[in-house]
Write a protein that binds this ligand. Structure first.
Ligand code: 3HC
Length: 674
């Protein structure tokens, strides 16, 4: 049974139990419907309480049912039936009432929640909208402005806020939800008419809609679902409920069968799948991580440290010189203060995090660390030297990690007598912000070390993916062919502006040249201004090192606003002449084919070599590490939607060495993702 029925005198209590998150799967819907029918048919019942067992109230519709043939009763039908009940229905909420769960709650006549509960409609994050009356009932309960925030942005709100805005009626005791809900049901059992959200009046609020759209235009760029959510809320104003809900249904179905929602649902499951490590049981014992050591207090080391400090884990940070250590510590403090100034942390939280930080000049101070992360200069000999020293200093069982972006973890591990304890933990810059963590599995890395790193990634709120040892691992390895090809396009007639625009139009936060300017044009430069072998060398030689010098592929003003650079155009022209590269008109489509298709090709090679566990992991890397638009589902999902045959034809046309796995899948009509 997914729903058990209890009686408490004249109150019928329906408790759903569908682990792990009480998704509103078909059996749950069916049995909830039966519970409402039973209450209606039993004269001795005066009111109904709907509650859930386990860790949460309904977390939404069952996403695994989407795209499959519908099974009765549908959720909209069920929520209308709940609201239509002649006997009061009280929703008793704990955990998270999300999506369809929130819709069940607001269709109930009364809502009581524990103080720790959260309510929300995150459907927009799956490229959808609340499709069971949510877009129509929420504005009627909480007003247009609040409803827009909830449906079009999708972030849940705490119970206390939900109560303030009129979504929740009453707060229960944290441990007495069911008793309080029963008492509440008894209290309201005879009140008529029943408060039905769908029948509340709602006036248009065009100012609120316009203000919301203005404030979020950037955030919603490229996404279809936010506009559909907004349209439904607008429809709710000044339109009878029945008409509004019909409109909502049409919009929901349109989104559901669109590519964007499929992409976003793919990423929802991909993110969760990424935490499963092939060949390692879920319950493998983990090593305790109570204290972390970080070597290097530069941008990377400092950013990495903040992740642990914010999670309440003490960090010892090591530098070689006092001034570098002081600078690093001051930067961490400044970053926290900036977060506090934006209201995202309190002053006490900042102080608490900083109190967990121990700066030191001595590697010896890492002797009691459970995990040490090296984040120094990308030079193998330097890393080997550090790992040799760590081997002598660290306690047995300590996990030794390198934050290298490219280097061979096995060679680094060989500098120790404990390669089983060594792995890569590749954070992405800025490390305190970017969600991705590549966990690099060395040839000898022990299972419990990997499992510990994976569990730790959740604690520090990262999305982690397992990568094998190869140059650049998953993300940077795929970035390389894109950057190489972007440079070639400049020589053949494209401009940095055009290449970047195509990438931004595609949905990336920035294009290859904007990215180079942000990261530093001088990164990896040989530092000899007389040796000019590429456009990049020429820029670097002139001190055009990117944003930090207010000049790179673009010119920048004091506020870092970019403008096209006539000097860069000259440098490119000069190079075209010098190399005698034939010019042709480069279309936007050619830029897509020559910069994005090679990424898919590299992804296929990574998969074939077993350097990524699954195609969806590659998608997770690109979504969370590089800002690939989530509505395109990552490069491998996108390749599937483009059609692998088309990708292979494009790669062949431009003379790329096509990965055998990609060609094989294209020939067989296969896909990378399911
Ligand atoms: N349907 C099916 N499976 C779901 C699910 C859902 N709505 N929500 C979560 N799951 C699954 C996950 O895939 C995961 O499966 P796995 O163990 O096999 O990997 C398992 O439940 C546990 O999920 P999490 O790992 O995410 O658990 P957390 O405790 O970290 O988070 C949560 C719990 C906050 C509820 C989170 O799972 C979540 O955000 N779920 C999605 C909520 C959502 O988007 N609801 C709206 C659905 S669409 C809808 O309702 C349409 C309606 O308007 C018509």
């Amino acid at each position: 049974m997914s729903v058990t029925i209890h009686r408490h005198g004249d109150i019928l209590i329906a408790i759903a139990d569908n682990p792990p998150v009480n998704a509103l799967s078909a059996p749950v819907r069916l049995e909830l419907k039966a519970a409402i029918e039973q209450a209606a048919g039993d004269a001795s019942i005066r009111a109904v309480v709907i509650a859930c067992a386990g860790r949460t109230f309904f977390a939404g519709a069952d996403i695994t049912e989407f795209g499959k043939p519908p099974v009765e009763p549908l959720l909209p039908e069920l929520v209308d039936m709940i609201e239509g009940s002649d006997k009061p229905v009280v929703a008793a909420i704990h955990g998270t009432a999300l999506g369809g769960g929130c819709e069940v709650a607001i269709a109930s006549h009364y809502r009581i929640t524990v103080p720790s509960a959260k309510l929300g409609t995150p459907e927009v994050k799956l490229g959808l909208l609340p499709g069971a009356g949510g877009t129509q009932r929420l504005p009627r309960l909480a007003g247009v402005a609040v409803a827009l925030e909830l449906v079009a942005k999708g972030d849940p709100i705490p119970a206390s806020v939900a109560k303030d805005v009129g979504i929740v009626d009453r707060l229960a005791g944290e441990t007495s939800l069911l008793d309080d809900a029963i008492a509440y049901a008894r209290e309201v059992a005879d009140i008529r008419p029943l408060p039905r959200a769908s029948q509340r009046p709602l006036s248009p609020d065009p100012e609120a809609v316009a203000a919301f759209e203005r404030a979020n235009a950037r955030r919603f760029r490229g996404f279809e679902a936010p506009a559909a959510n907004i349209a439904c809320v607008v429809k709710a104003t000044g339109t009878p409920y029945a008409e509004g809900v019909e409109f909502e249904r049409q919009q929901f179905m349109k989104l559901m069968f669109g590519v964007q929602s499929a992409a976003q649902r793919h990423i929802f499951f991909a993110e969760r799948k990424a935490s499963k490590i092939d060949g390692i049981a879920d319950d493998v014992a983990q090593r305790p991580i109570a204290r972390v050591g970080i070597i290097g207090a530069g941008t990377m080391g400092g950013g990495i440290a903040m992740n642990f400090l914010s999670a309440g884990i003490p960090v010892t940070i090591v530098e070689m010189q006092q001034d570098a250590l002081d600078r690093g510590t001051a930067t961490i403090r400044r970053n926290y203060d900036a977060t506090a100034a934006k209201g995202r942390m309190t002053a006490q939280q900042v102080d608490r995090a900083m109190a967990l930080l121990t700066p030191t000049l001595s590697l010896q101070d890492l002797s009691d660390a459970d995990l040490v992360i090296e984040a120094v200069y990308e030079e193998m000999s330097v890393k080997q030297d550090i790992f040799g020293k760590l081997d002598a200093i660290c306690k047995p069982g300590a996990i030794l990690a390198s934050n290298t972006s490219y280097l061979d973890i096995d060679v680094i591990a060989a500098a120790t007598k404990r390669p089983q304890d060594v792995l890569g933990l590749h954070f992405f810059s800025p490390a305190n912000v970017m969600k991705l963590l590549e966990i690099v599995r060395g040839a000898a890395t022990a299972d419990d070390v990997l499992a510990t790193a994976m569990a730790l990634s959740k604690k520090i709120r990262k999305v982690a993916v397992i990568a094998g040892v190869c140059h650049g691992f998953i993300g940077n390895r795929m970035l390389e062919p894109r950057q190489v090809e972007a440079m070639k396009l400049l020589l053949e007639g494209a401009t940095p502006e055009q290449v970047d625009r195509v990438h931004v139009d595609f949905g990336m936060p920035m294009g290859p040249f904007q990215m180079a300017d942000l990261a530093g044009v001088d990164i990896g430069w040989h530092r000899d201004p007389n040796r000019i072998e590429s456009i990049r060398d020429a820029l670097a030689a002139e001190g055009r090192w990117g944003q930090k010098k207010q000049a790179g592929f673009y010119d920048y003003d004091d506020r870092r606003t970019a403008s096209n650079s006539p000097r860069v155009a000259e440098i490119i022209e000069d190079f075209r002449r010098k190399t005698g590269t034939p010019q042709h008109e480069i279309t936007d489509q050619e830029i897509v084919e020559r910069t994005l298709y090679p990424m898919v090709n590299e992804g296929a090679k990574i998969l074939a070599e077993g350097k990524a566990q699954r195609a969806s992991d590659i998608d997770v890397v690109w979504i969370y590490g590089y800002g690939w638009p989530v509505y395109r589902g990552g490069p491998m999902f996108w390749a599937d939607t483009e059609g692998l045959k088309k990708i292979v034809e494009g790669l062949d046309r431009h003379g790329f060495d096509v990965a055998p796995l990609l060609r094989e899948k294209a020939e067989q009509g296969g896909r990378f993702t399911s």
